[in-house]
Design a protein around this ligand. Structure first.
Ligand SMILES: [Zn+2]
Length: 179
């Protein structure tokens, strides 16, 4: 095996895309996908443990921050950041569909301000959750913000306004560049 000396000793606590590993090779017959239930089991147990330790708001902040890191890394490694907006969005849509994350739509875009409204159907994190009258997709807020920030070079803040968990059939996010 040829070792990459730059990778040697790099800890998993320091995120790198390469540390996601060679999934095809490692997973063999089990393949690259896991059931959504298993993904949610990890996500919502982690949220529960963190919320007990530091309070719900702080835990949600960390999920948002992790989502932002994920979004910027995803954008850098999976998307063409130099495409025009409509090509960028259609590439993003097809990647998110291929990865079974959600069916994404850009509902509104104001070229003057950069403000956007994005909806996500059949969302991985929340579709089918019990209705608790709250928006729960804080990781997604960060993820979308990270993607838009990586694409535009401006720091985007993104807020979920509709969610399956607050009684909608779709998650809807409003975003815009920070002043
Ligand atoms: Zn949601």
């Amino acid at each position: 095996m040829i070792e990459n000396i730059f990778m040697r000793g790099q800890k998993h606590s320091e995120f790198s895309w390469e540390n996601l590993g060679d999934i095809k090779e490692g997973r063999g017959d089990l393949g690259e996908y896991v059931p959504v239930k298993i993904y949610r089991l990890m996500m919502y147990t982690m949220l529960s443990v963190m919320s007990k330790d530091m309070g719900e708001d702080k835990a949600n902040d960390y999920f948002r921050e992790a989502g932002f890191l994920a979004g910027t890394e995803f954008a850098k490694h999976e998307l063409s950041l130099h495409s025009d907006l409509s090509n960028f969005i259609s590439e993003l849509q097809s990647k998110l569909k291929d990865y079974r994350v959600c069916i994404l739509r850009l509902e509104e875009h104001d070229p003057a301000t950069g403000n956007v409204v994005v909806s996500a159907y059949q969302d991985l994190d929340c579709s089918g959750l019990p209705i608790t009258n709250e928006t729960v997709c804080h990781y997604d807020e960060g993820f979308i913000s990270g993607i838009l920030t990586a694409y535009s070079g401006k720091k985007y803040s993104v807020k979920e306004v509709d969610c399956w968990a607050n009684g909608n059939r779709v998650c809807r996010f409003k975003g815009g560049p920070e002043a």
